[in-house]
Design a protein around this ligand. Structure first.
Ligand code: GDP
Length: 862
């Protein structure tokens, strides 16, 4: 309905003191100014009483236009009014231009303000109106009673001010055609349009500005004089038919509020819908169920949507990011592509707070030269501890163990001595060692591997404790060890340094307790701490494929506590902790910081040095493991693939020059496999090298045999055997399998085999010199040199070189070697002989013949 938003225009009119215009607001927010001239005079006259009331209020107060005036208005002569209107209109036109600008601005402001103000204004209005109404009511009632026609007219006037305007203007035109030249025409048009546009309150006005403005002016004028009525009238008319006046106003306001509410609701709804849009982290590949999870949608719906796209997948299948992105968009979410590496972000890497940290036992690695007693020392410490502390004394070798010192401190020892393991673990990023015990035999002093160990410990910035071993031996000289160490910048306490040194004997057990206490002391200085109350993080120190138990890894927990049932990712593998077994063979429920445990429940065999991290869900664990596997594969491929032509050439050249002995290595534990590979890779020189095609942990299988056959490689089994079918297929395919249990034997054998690939060396042995005295020409033979063997021997089969003035002018073989008339095999020094060269005749007296022999020498790798 074309409810007139009386208040506003009236407000303006009131403010500007301009009469005759009413602004209409339509449901869709459009407004319209309409001239309400009819009432002007009418209104003015009867108004006084009310006018004062209206005057008391603001412009908007006027809006409450007293119906009381109306009766008087009705009684006025139409002609008179119209003429007056025309005059007013004309007069106003002059002012129009300037006013228009101002009005436009005001209107603009008004529109903006309206929404916010509307409620408040309405409330004010209502209050004011109520007050006015109370006053007016009596008059109105009286008026109504008095005039029957009042209602009808009111309805007419109010429902469409414009209509009345039309009529008035038409009349005006008729009455004063000349006077109304311009303005009336406008008025007429306006009026004519008025009913059409206003009543239905639909069609947008197509009028041009001027006309609008003129109309508006007129309207305003009307308002100025009797705006209240005009507006009021509109209101009244609309609602009059239905209910009382109060109801009318309310309903108008209510409608506006309703509209506003509806608009806000619509907007609010829009916001809500926005909120549901999720940013979905999208890696390169994603499992369907995880995708659904991230969108907070049902997996079945996601599957359905994928099926619609023609992809028949289950929730557990993985889809690529492009497909996933389409799905995400379909569900109205936003895809946020994340790099593959981001999957690792779920790993808890938050720094521990100081108050969460608790002291933890130190982790000790024993290093030193071969045969200085590392293994013996580890065994002695362990045995002593087990005997004293553990019932039964059954020990389990899991790669590390814990002992308790007499003073009660716990110490974790890594059971894999030597710096190879230490370094390879470090290289993998798992620096597990807190303290290095450097074993030096007192009867042997510092040796090359001792120096290496010192360097490794220093490189890793790990403090050292020197254990001077074999002190039980009669030729033990601990002092020599101490002085020797000085050369390598290891200054022990006895030499006024800060490195603790303990004299021990793994054999007799002497000094072991002191060693343990020294370690405990060092640990105290280091203030080793960890937070047991967080997701566990640890390092694999050993891993193997156990026949009965599947992949087993010994993990040294570094932070947090590893519990049964924990889901974890370790290197390229993942799993759920099925069981934890400590170094005494006991099943335990959890392992805290610095505790070594065997972990069961892996999906594959990890490698020593791999880091274990507990994560929250299997999906995360799987995702990380898959990512790492792929990354490792890519890295290997990238390393193997020659990218540039130059590299290709270099590789081809290298391959052509170097003979390779390919081998496959299978070992019982990861540590030995790696040690073997390292040892084998050291074999060789620029001509020959050993290439380890593959190495792994566990029995030799058909797959290994297949690979070995393809590469013509032998398989080396270290403390492992081939299973039955692998044995058979190896026999069939002629693949050699060699078993070893001693690493040195293995390395020696491979060295020998690799040596076989070396080309034999041709060595030249000088055997004699001969001086040419004369040159004879012998028919059928050619030139023959009469020589004296000056040094060594001349041999028929030997090679010869002809030297003239110490320059080699020919190299070849002998055609003949004669002593007197006889062909001989050999002529000794000091004897004369005749020699002729094969295919060479340019020999002169004075030339020297050098006689040599070639010898092929089989080389071997050192
Ligand atoms: P590793 O190569 O450093 O592990 O040295 P081992 O522990 O295998 O020891 C090498 C040899 O030294 C073995 O024969 C041991 O019996 C011997 N050995 C180790 N410690 C001692 C010791 O304290 N006293 C004596 N007399 N011999 C020892």
């Amino acid at each position: 309905m074309s409810d007139t938003d009386g208040k506003k225009p009236l407000g303006l009119g009131g403010a500007g003191g301009r009469p005759g215009q009413v602004k209409q607001s339509f449901s869709h927010g459009r407004t319209k100014n309409v001239v309400v001239e009819t009432k002007r005079k009418r209104v003015v006259v009867p108004k006084p009483g009310v006018g004062s009331t209206g005057g008391a209020g603001t412009g908007s107060t006027a809006s409450s236009g007293d119906p009381a005036k109306r009766p008087a208005g009705i009684s006025d002569a139409e002609m008179e009014r119209r003429l007056a209107a025309l005059r007013a209109a004309k007069a106003r036109e002059a002012e129009d231009a300037e006013r228009r600008a101002e009005e436009e601005r005001q209107r603009e402001e008004d529109r903006q303000r309206r929404r916010e103000e509307i409620e408040a204004k309405e409330r004010e209005d209502r209050a004011r109106e109520a007050a006015l109404r109370q006053k007016a009511e009596e008059e109105e009632r009286a008026r109504r009673e008095a005039e029957e026609a009042a209602k009808a007219r009111k309805a007419e006037i109010l429902s469409t001010r414009s209509r009345s305007t039309v009529q008035q203007e038409k009349a005006a035109k008729a009455a004063a055609p000349a006077a109304a030249e311009a303005a009336p025409a406008a008025a007429t048009e306006e009026g004519a349009r008025g009913p059409a546009s206003m009543k239905p309150a639909v069609g947008p006005r197509k009028t041009d500005r001027e006309r609008d403005d003129r109309g508006a002016d007129r309207d305003r004028g009307a308002k100025g004089r009797g705006g209240d009525e005009g507006r009021r009238a509109g209101k009244l008319t609309l609602t009059a038919a239905l209910d009382g006046e109060g109801g009318r106003t309310r309903s108008l306001a209510a409608m506006k509020r309703k509209q506003e509410k509806a608009r806000q609701k619509a907007m609010g709804m829009g916001h809500k819908a926005e909120k549901q849009v999720r940013d979905v982290q999208l890696p390169e590949t994603i499992v369907v169920s995880e995708l659904a999870n991230r969108m907070a949608e049902r997996a079945a719906d996601v599957v359905k949507s994928l099926m619609k796209m023609g992809m028949m997948v289950t929730m557990n299948q993985t889809i690529d990011a492009d497909t996933a992105e389409i799905v995400i968009e379909e569900f109205g979410h936003r895809a946020v592509r994340v790099s593959d590496a981001d999957v690792e972000q779920v790993i808890d890497t938050v720094e521990d707070k100081a108050e969460d940290l608790r002291p933890r036992p130190p982790i000790v690695t024993i290093m030193g030269h071969v045969d200085h007693g590392k293994t013996s020392l580890l065994d002695a410490i362990r045995k002593a501890n087990v005997v004293s502390g553990e019932a039964g004394g059954i020990t389990q070798h899991i790669g590390a163990y814990q002992v308790r010192t007499e003073s009660g401190a716990l110490i974790s020892f890594l059971d894999t001595p030597g710096h190879a393991a230490f370094t390879s673990m470090r290289a993998r990023g798992a620096q597990v060692t807190d303290i290095v015990v450097l074993v030096v035999a007192a009867d042997d002093a510092v040796m090359p591997q001792t120096v290496e160990a010192i360097n490794h410990a220093k490189a890793a910035k790990v403090p050292m404790i020197v254990a001077i071993n074999k002190c039980d031996k009669p030729d033990a000289n601990p002092q020599k060890v101490r002085t020797d160490l000085l050369q390598h910048e290891v200054v022990v306490e006895q030499m006024s340094g800060d490195v603790q040194d303990v004299e021990v004997s793994a054999k007799t057990g002497k000094g072991l307790d002191q060693l343990l206490e020294a370690i405990a002391l060092q640990a105290e200085i280091l203030e080793l701490k960890a937070n047991p109350n967080r997701a566990a993080m640890g390092a694999v120190i050993e891993a193997k494929l156990d026949v009965g138990r599947g992949p087993v890894a010994t993990v040294l927990v570094q932070n947090g506590t590893l519990k049964r049932g924990d889901i974890f990712v370790v290197g390229e593998q993942w799993g759920k902790v099925r069981a934890l077994i400590d170094d005494k063979g006991n099943r335990v429920d959890e392992a805290g910081p610095s505790v070594p445990v065997e972990v069961l429940g892996l999906n594959g065999t990890p490698e020593a040095g791999d880091v274990l991290n507990v994560v929250e869900t299997e999906a995360q664990a799987r995702e990380i493991a898959t990512y790492r596997e792929k990354a490792a594969k890519d890295k290997r491929a990238a390393a193997g693939a020659a990218t540039t032509l130059e590299q290709l050439m270099a590789k081809a050249k290298a391959d052509a020059d170097v003979a390779e002995l390919p081998v496959l290595v299978k070992a019982d534990v990861q540590g030995s496999a790696e040690a073997i590979v390292q040892a084998l890779e050291k074999i060789g020189n620029e001509e020959v090298r050993v290439r380890v095609l593959h190495y792994g942990v566990g029995a030799i299988t058909d797959t290994d045999v297949g690979l070995a056959e393809a590469s013509q490689a032998p398989i080396i089994g270290f403390n492992v055997r081939a299973n039955a079918s692998a044995r058979n297929s190896a026999n069939q395919k002629g693949v050699e399998i060699r078993y070893y249990s001693i690493i040195y034997d293995l390395v020696d054998d491979i060295k020998a085999a690799a040596s076989g690939l070396l080309k034999a060396e041709v060595r030249e042995n000088f055997i004699g010199y001969a001086q040419i005295k004369e040159v004879f020409k012998v028919s059928g033979v050619g030139k023959v040199a009469g020589c004296l063997v000056t040094e060594g021997v001349a041999r028929r089969s030997a090679g010869v070189r002809l030297l003239r003035d110490n320059v080699v002018i020919h190299e070849g073989t002998l055609k003949t070697l004669k002593r007197f008339k006889d062909e001989v095999k050999e002529v000794q020094s000091g004897q004369e002989c005749g020699m002729a060269f094969e295919n060479y005749d340019d020999i002169r007296p004075g030339d020297v013949i050098e006689i040599f022999e070639r010898e092929e020498v089989q080389r071997s790798l050192t």
